[in-house]
Design a protein around this ligand. Structure first.
Ligand SMILES: [Zn+2]
Length: 482
């Protein structure tokens, strides 16, 4: 008895020793870089940002609602507001409304940088219009914030890039490295005609970029529990997207004499079964990197858990699974989004259908997931088909943090935001940059703003200070191309 007790005690001590050693010896991934002095924000820059919001460059789910006029007017606005950019850079128009700018560098041996942003915004949900505290397309300034649809997603990046470029051109700045700007017009509906076509164009010209930056994570003081310093979240991979249609066909009839099981019953049982079987939790490469970058910055016991994620997996997973956004970081998620059956209250329908939307972790391909779903439901009466397949990208590869590109980005973020920590993370949402993996492996998804509000929802706004930092970030990034 005593012997067994001693063996167990010894094993526990070894485990404690091992985890403690891993915690203490975890290398600090935070580079020590001093912030630079943030320049004042010119009034004109603020006005330009406000004006940009007034163009209702909306992408609708329903293509019939799309209006080209705001896009044409927005182009004219960009041309008149940023004259030097339009004089000195080449601009190509792709699919009529997407733009590829080229700022030619002096040194051909350096691979270009590509800075991306999208012009389009999501619509205002009519039913929520009266809940907005300002006119959605006004660009109003309120309590230090610039307000309106598109401020955070994604005109802040587009306007900041152009403000920085215009300023540098005024100084006759000439980059050694070529810099491209890619401004798509249909990101919110998948980027098929904009970013995707521009990516193919660059590929056809054999252009390989050293760094691509698109919207994504941001600087946050609120979103990383256990850390009090601001954290810059840099997306190094993006989850995939898959929608499946489930349909059941079964003879209907009069509702006065129903069969024991109807098409609706079979479909609902399948949905309940699916929901009761979430996919296994896994730490993607980006998430492991997140633990490595932030673990050493945390206090006990969080630092120990992050230094030993394999040992503390269940604790970490339980914590993350508490919220929808946390859960999305650690597993392929799914949720029914459309359900359809029936035409009249006294008719048992013959057909019942449901659409389920899946967000795929890197490593979970749509084929793997479809197989798993079939196994879970295990009912041949439920027919499973792809829904909207052409808008279903797989998860992206993961950008390495060991590259010069990541180090440059890391440095410029730290120069732009005083006292900020940086970390890679897995992007849950999609961006236009998913189309660019044929152009570069170094794709980073980061918007240099702090804690934006109302992303895709009511009262969208971003602080003026964020905008100031954002311009400063892009200016320093462009200057680094010297
Ligand atoms: Zn966006």
């Amino acid at each position: 008895m005593r012997k067994i007790f001693l063996v167990i005690l010894f094993a526990i001590l070894i485990l404690i020793g091992f985890t403690a050693y891993k915690t203490i010896s975890a290398p600090n991934k935070q580079s020590k870089i001093e912030a630079t002095t943030l320049p004042a924000l010119p009034d004109s820059a603020l006005t330009h940002f406000q004006q940009s919001i007034s163009y209702q460059t909306v992408s609708f789910g329903d293509a019939k609602k799309w209006d080209s006029i705001p896009f044409i007017n927005f182009r004219k606005f960009l041309e008149t507001t940023y004259p030097l950019v339009h004089q000195k850079l080449e601009r190509e128009i792709v699919s009529n409304y997407s733009y590829l700018y080229k700022w030619k560098g002096t040194n051909n041996s350096l691979k270009p940088y590509i800075l991306m942003a999208h012009q389009d915004v999501v619509p205002i949900e009519e039913s929520t219009r009266n809940q907005w505290h300002f006119e959605p397309f006004s660009g109003t300034i309120k309590d230090g914030y610039i307000c309106g649809r598109g401020t955070t997603d994604d005109k802040i990046n587009l306007i900041s890039i152009l403000e920085s470029a215009e300023k540098l051109l005024k100084e006759n700045f000439q980059p050694e490295r070529t810099i491209y700007f890619v401004f798509g017009h249909d990101e919110e509906i998948g980027g098929k005609n904009g970013a995707k076509k521009i990516a193919s164009l660059l590929e056809s010209r054999n252009i390989k970029a050293d760094l691509i930056m698109d919207e994504g994570g941001f600087v946050t003081k609120e979103k990383v529990p256990g850390i009090t310093k601001p954290v810059a979240l840099i997306g190094t991979a993006e989850k995939g997207y898959l929608s499946l249609e489930f349909s059941v066909n079964k003879k209907g009839g009069h509702s006065s004499m129903p069969e024991n099981e109807t098409a609706i019953d079979i479909l609902l049982k399948a949905m309940v079964k699916l929901r009761a079987n979430p996919f296994e939790a896994k730490f993607a490469e980006s998430t492991k990197n997140f633990f490595e970058f932030l673990g050493p910055e945390m206090k006990f016991p969080n630092n120990m858990a992050f230094a030993n994620p394999a040992i503390f997996k269940s604790i970490i997973v339980n914590n993350y699974a508490k919220t929808g956004s946390g859960n999305a970081m650690i597993r392929t998620t799914f949720v029914p989004t459309i359900i359809n059956a029936g035409i009249k209250d006294n008719v048992v329908p013959t057909l019942a259908t449901a659409i389920v939307n899946f967000r795929l972790l890197p490593g979970d391909s749509s084929e793997i997931i479809k197989e798993k779903v079939k196994k879970i439901i295990n009912d041949e009466r439920v027919i499973i088909k792809d829904f909207n397949r052409e808008f279903s990208p797989e998860a992206t590869p993961t950008a390495s943090t060991e590259t010069a590109a990541f180090k440059t980005l890391d440095t410029i973020i730290k120069k732009s935001y005083k006292g900020v920590l940086t970390t890679p993370f897995l992007m849950i949402g999609g961006t236009d940059s998913k189309h660019f993996y044929g152009v570069s492996a170094n794709i980073f998804k980061f918007s240099p703003m702090q804690d934006p509000i109302g992303f895709h929802t009511i009262d969208e706004q971003v602080s003026i200070e964020s905008y100031q930092h954002s311009i400063w970030f892009f200016e320093q990034l462009m200057r680094s191309c010297k």
